[in-house]
Write a protein that binds this ligand. Structure first.
Ligand SMILES: [Zn+2]
Length: 305
């Protein structure tokens, strides 16, 4: 596979980040979602996601209602493109989520969901296009600041914009990177540090990149803006429920081996050195994760009569 380095550079920002200065909205979600109880024994072994109503340094919370989206643009062509992409990627998610979930993803208007017309009236996911290969979203719901920055031309590996969009939707709904679960390291995953696209540049600058990888020190990677920050296990999220034999290798939230790698090389690999292929659609496990975060009416209702 031949990869273009300039396109890989897009990956620099293909990752969900979280601003620390947001306020926590009132909880309307189900009362037991504020803890590890979200992680049932079967699901927890496969998915990696937010903790429901609990804000962390890295994540927002569950969406309190439908994920209503708008496009921050008045351009008709852009609206057509995003309406099409949103519909197709939501269908991919629906296919694995099934009917037993309250989660809905819908435009604020059928034909031209323009943000400016609804801003301040409806709490929306604001999609904004750019030409800087910037693809960025939050993990979960962040009141008053839900946005998805997207570049329609950004592709990498064998992925397409549609796959990128579906991956970002996973973040928006509350899923984290499957490979960033701490307990997957080092038993399941390994990083070929020297193959990362910015390894040489940072090393020349005196950053001890080898030690960062060796220590799985995601915080140090982040501090040095080293791309390893998107691959190494999260330093500020605890997740101790994975079982080695149930890791979801099919997850759309799992990076393939070519992500962030120098052209012609692989970065993130399985512990035995084998490559991780590109997952082009949400997996069954991804669907199960969403059902757990957003269970259907029947499973979340409490009968008060
Ligand atoms: Zn991501």
């Amino acid at each position: 596979m031949v990869l273009k380095y300039d396109l890989l550079a897009a990956l620099f920002s293909v990752c969900a980040v979280f601003a620390r200065s947001v306020s926590v909205p009132d909880s309307k979600s189900n009362p037991d979602s504020d803890s590890d109880s979200l992680s049932g024994p079967s699901l927890a072994s496969r998915a990696y996601m937010i903790k429901g109503t609990k804000m962390t340094d890295l994540t927002g919370i569950l969406w309190p209602g439908d994920v209503v989206w708008c496009l921050d643009s008045s351009d008709n062509k852009e609206h057509e493109l995003i309406l099409d992409m949103a519909e197709k990627s939501w269908k991919m998610w629906r296919d694995v989520i099934g009917d037993e979930s309250v989660l809905e993803f819908a435009p604020v208007h059928d034909k031209k969901p323009e943000c400016s017309k609804y801003r301040g009236k409806i709490d929306m996911l604001e999609i904004k296009l750019n030409n800087e290969k910037k693809i960025l979203s939050y993990n979960g719901y962040v009141k008053g600041d839900n946005r998805l920055d997207f570049d329609l031309s950004a592709t990498y590996g064998a992925r397409t914009p549609l796959v990128n969009f579906a991956h970002e939707l996973g973040h928006v709904f509350g899923l984290l990177h499957t490979h960033q679960q701490r307990r997957a390291w080092p038993s399941l995953l390994n990083l070929n540090c020297q193959n990362l696209g910015d390894y040489d540049r940072l090393k020349e600058r005196g950053v001890d990149v080898d030690k960062i990888c060796e220590d799985l020190d995601q915080q140090a990677a982040e501090a040095n803006k080293f791309w390893a920050e998107h691959i190494l296990p999260d330093s500020n999220v605890q997740n101790d429920v994975i079982e080695d034999d149930k890791f979801d290798w099919d997850s759309i939230m799992l990076y393939d081996s070519y992500a962030f790698a120098k052209p012609g090389t692989v970065a993130l690999v399985k512990a035995d050195g084998s490559h991780i292929p590109v997952n082009v659609k949400p997996s069954k496990g991804d669907g199960e994760a969403i059902r757990t975060l957003y269970p259907g009416e029947e499973s979340s209702d409490y009968d008060s009569d």
